[in-house]
Ligand binder design. Structure first.
Ligand SMILES: Cc1cc2nc3c(=O)[nH]c(=O)nc-3n(C[C@H](O)[C@H](O)[C@H](O)COP(=O)(O)O)c2cc1C
Length: 183
């Protein structure tokens, strides 16, 4: 599968088979994450891999009942919680380099994209989940104060194909030379 095919073909998968994911396959995905770009190669991402059905069920309680990814938290054989170390990305000698402060959301986002695309090329499904109670997840997993919980994804073999939601046209997001006067 070439890169464009992987980018266009990856979909958010919210239903999973119970088949387990071989350890070697999970390692291939993590190996790719290592090669994601990051601020000054700071690699602030850290991941917690959940297999225990009891922990996955507890994690599921941090999503609202209306979250369409809710059932995937317990259906998928693995759940990955992506975290970022604070005060590393975008910092030099403890000082923020730019007015944006911490770039951990950006770098962990890149890592998540690598994760999801690589998983897709290996026949695995993912769905990035950001809408949950981050504080409660930190408590459940014992995440230290200097680390931020960012997003979750289930990882497993898709039970359904995802439906591609409509994308914007070029003209809606590509501007030449300057932003148009009217947005
Ligand atoms: C930062 C972020 C947070 C998201 N949070 C959720 C979520 O809480 N629940 C969910 O079902 N999908 C969530 N999604 C998945 C998006 O809905 C999905 O990526 C989008 O609709 C495009 O569909 P596609 O991934 O199949 O291309 C999230 C995606 C991103 C990037």
């Amino acid at each position: 599968m070439d890169l464009t095919e992987a980018i266009k073909g990856r979909r958010s998968i919210r239903r999973y088979k119970s088949d387990s994911v071989p350890e070697s396959t999970l390692q291939k995905v993590m190996e790719a994450v290592i090669w994601s770009p990051s601020w000054a190669n700071t690699q602030c991402w850290e991941v917690v891999v959940l297999k225990d059905p009891n922990v996955k069920s507890e994690l599921a309680t941090t999503l609202s009942k209306g979250n369409p990814a809710l059932s995937s938290m317990t259906e998928a054989p693995l759940v990955i919680v992506l975290c970022g170390k604070k005060g590393v990305s975008g910092f030099k000698k403890g000082e923020a380099t730019t007015a944006k402060g911490d770039w951990l959301m950006f770098d962990t986002g890149l890592a998540m994209q690598t994760f999801c695309l690589t998983a897709h090329t290996l026949g695995l499904g993912t769905v990035i989940v950001g809408n949950f109670d981050h504080q409660r997840v930190a408590e459940i997993l014992g995440v230290p104060q200097n680390v931020e919980v960012v997003a979750i994804t289930p990882l497993g073999y898709p039970a359904t194909e995802g439906i591609a939601p409509k994308r914007k046209e070029f003209s809606e997001f590509v501007f030449n030379e300057k932003y148009p006067v009217k947005q």
